[in-house]
Write a protein of this length. Structure first.
Length: 411
């Protein structure tokens, strides 16, 4: 009995970190508030240093002019001094020069004391100036912070938020009002888009469903000619392809927006359901599906996340090698993100063709779709759904053929 050939082993997974690189010191980010603080504080510091230098020079000149008198000693007077002890036991002929030296030393001590006290005062004023500049910069930039918070809320799909900035009619208020006008137009545009998608969903699905029903009724007639029966099958396949195209376009239009209602969804369960749906097709093509699905819970829409896994697994099965093909589906948590990885054997994919695969109606080395493998919207839908959930998808060519598709979603 011949031994069963061993399944080809998967290639080693390339190291990949889904996290965005973080700066080593995020608190050193050169924000406008920090730059204004440094500007105002630096200008005050420079002005203080200039003022201190001028005061020091004027004080030195005044001391030298006011205390620069000469000394003369005559008679039998005894001179004693605690600040200039050298004069106590000095001969009378040297007393005058000793007193002049002591006078110069005292003037220098006075200037040094003035300089040290002034530097301490300047240091204290500099701290106060920087703190005051930081507080004033925060007060001046508070409207910009309000604009930033509103913009972040809008980025989270809350188009109903408005800034509604009050205060003087200056440039910042003009910017806020312009931003509010832009949000109003965006909200109207998205509302119109959602209304159009809903109407198109009904208007496009209904005639296609009617056509499918009529074709199925005619095909069920046993007395129909063979030519008519073959034509009906062809038209039914064409109608089914049109239905897939319409569903894909509507799903693509809906998934381009952020997901508002989110629920806990386990990527492992989603991947297992996708594998179960594609299992029969994979068995028919002789493709082995394997891989370990570890729990990875995200907040999102379960139907759309299932579409991500289903499209990736279907593409991995359909675009595979004729013999000894395999598809590996894994889920896990990496660096605080849920990651779905689908890798497969298949034709060699040049690196410069990767970006084209995510464009609608584009396939490898072809401008338009024209095969029976789909309508060319699978990876476009995957990318749109991933972006709607705040994640991203990346693709890498496998050595020897095939692709490694990675979807990273925030937990």
């Amino acid at each position: 009995m011949a031994a069963t050939p061993a399944l080809p082993t998967a290639p080693p997974k390339p190291t990949w970190d889904p996290r965005k690189p973080e700066p080593p010191f995020p608190w050193l980010r050169p924000t406008i508030r920090i730059r204004l603080t440094l500007l105002y504080g630096g200008m005050f510091l420079i002005a203080g240093i200039l003022l201190l230098s001028i005061i020091y020079l004027l004080a030195a000149q005044a001391l030298h002019q006011g205390l620069g008198q000469a000394f003369s000693v005559s008679g039998n007077f005894d001179i004693t001094s605690t600040t200039c002890p050298a004069v106590n036991a000095a001969p009378k002929s040297e007393v005058a020069s000793i007193l002049e030296n002591c006078d110069a030393i005292q003037r220098q001590h006075a200037l040094d004391d003035l300089l040290s006290r002034s530097l301490l005062a300047l240091l204290g004023l500099a701290v106060i100036a920087f703190a005051f500049g930081y507080a004033m910069a925060g007060r001046v930039l508070s409207p910009l912070g309000r604009i930033l918070r509103t913009a972040r809320a809008v980025a989270g799909s809350d188009l109903s938020r408005r800034i509604e900035l009050d205060g003087p009619d200056d440039e910042i208020k003009e910017l806020a009002d312009t931003f509010d006008d832009m949000l109003e137009r965006l909200q109207r545009a998205f509302t119109a888009q959602q209304r159009f998608v809903g109407n198109a969903s009904h208007e496009l699905r209904t005639p296609l469903a009617i056509n499918r029903t009529l074709l199925e009724v005619h095909l069920s007639d046993p007395n129909a000619p063979a030519e008519l029966h073959q034509l009906g099958k062809t038209l039914l396949a064409t109608n089914e392809r049109s239905e897939q195209l319409v569903e894909g376009l509507l799903l693509l239009a809906r998934s381009d927006n952020q997901i508002v209602e989110r629920k806990p969804v386990d990527l492992a369960e989603v991947a297992e359901q996708a594998v179960d749906q594609v299992r029969s097709e994979a068995d028919a093509k002789g493709v082995v599906i394997r891989g370990e699905q570890k729990p990875a819970v995200v907040q999102g829409n379960g139907v759309l996340l299932e579409r991500i896994a289903l499209n990736l697994v279907q593409n991995a099965v359909r675009y595979n090698v004729p013999e000894d093909g395999w598809v590996e589906v894994t889920t896990e948590v990496q660096h605080g993100q849920a990651v779905l990885v689908v890798s497969n054997t298949g034709p060699v994919v040049p690196a410069y063709e990767i970006d084209n695969l995510f464009e609608p109606f584009r396939r490898l080395r072809t401008e338009r779709t024209g095969s029976d493998k789909g309508v060319g919207l699978g990876l476009s839908i995957v990318r749109s759904v991933a972006r709607a959930h705040g994640g991203h998808i990346s693709a890498q060519p496998r050595e020897g053929g095939g692709l490694v598709m990675r979807v990273a979603l925030p937990i």
